[in-house]
Design a protein around this ligand. Sequence first.
Ligand SMILES: Cc1ncc(C[n+]2csc(CCOP(=O)(O)OP(=O)(O)O)c2C)c(N)n1
Length: 319
Amino acid sequence: MLTKDKLLELYRGMVTIRAFEEEVRKMHNAGLAPGLVHLYSGQEAVAVGTCTALNSDDYIASHHRGHGHCIAKGSELDRLFAEIIGRRSGYGMGRGGSMHIYDPATFNLGTNGIVGGSVPLATGAALLAKLRGTGQVAVSFFGDGVLNQGILFESLNMAALWSLPVVFICENNGYGEFTEIDDVTAGRPYAKRGEAFDIPSEKTDGMDVLAVHETVSKAVTRARNGDGPSFLIFDTYRYSGHHVGDKQEYKDDEERELWLSRDPIPKLSEMLVAEKKIKQAALDELDAEIKATVIVAANQAKKMPEPDADDLTRHIYAA
Ligand SMILES: Cc1ncc(C[n+]2csc(CCOP(=O)(O)OP(=O)(O)O)c2C)c(N)n1
């Protein structure tokens, strides 16, 4: 069983991501965040349960819905906001935006606009770790839309063949853009894709942060001990549209209600109150403190300058 402090760390992480995404929504609606923005609200348990099972120098590779992964791995909130709204102090000097946040200090290989892009990146990082003998592990986060992509099978093959320290994590939120994943995907259960390569594979409740943490911890131990990759499917749900502005007319109320009743944040707070004797009032206070911190970071980012015209060509060509 996790300590009370660790449980509070999980809670804090999820509430931070939820609050961050609400601020991003507001920024986008105010016209501050250019391009498409994909929110992670609802899926927090996957990012937090996973990243709290990693060492700070383990690699992660994220996807287009990736703010939550960056936060869970330890990126700074003001610099994340700054990148999303195109400010110079952002992780890519404000030139990449939401889908191109790369943070080497937290061993984050980046959010990624290429669906499936995180899979070979993490596999490559795991190969590097193995060749160098560093003991690092790499995690690839990807959506269910990747289950039918060739790059997944190529990477699973290599990872299994070379026994690489990589954990493949599919966040199955039920939809690829506006299409139900079950309507376009053969071969069930989906964990069979990993089993085909003799990779330990399992499906877990992605709305339960403790279950995610436990499943990933086992996979990370296997990887660090030299026992190779794991393939994990976490069933989860996005509370927002595919991107901010999507009206989600393809979802019905019954489905939405069901998944709202499984919200990972109240689920953990109820457990903290019932089993750890933490007072609800103390959690409410913590929520307010976290939201205030997130708002301060958002306001700081808004005050930051935009890049100069000269910055456009920086880091693109070798001198
Ligand atoms: C290689 C590639 N193909 C198509 C797209 C367009 N696209 C962007 S997001 C998306 C859906 C991805 O669905 P999923 O992987 O389930 O992630 P989710 O959005 O549900 O989190 C698609 C098809 C893309 N960005 N990259």
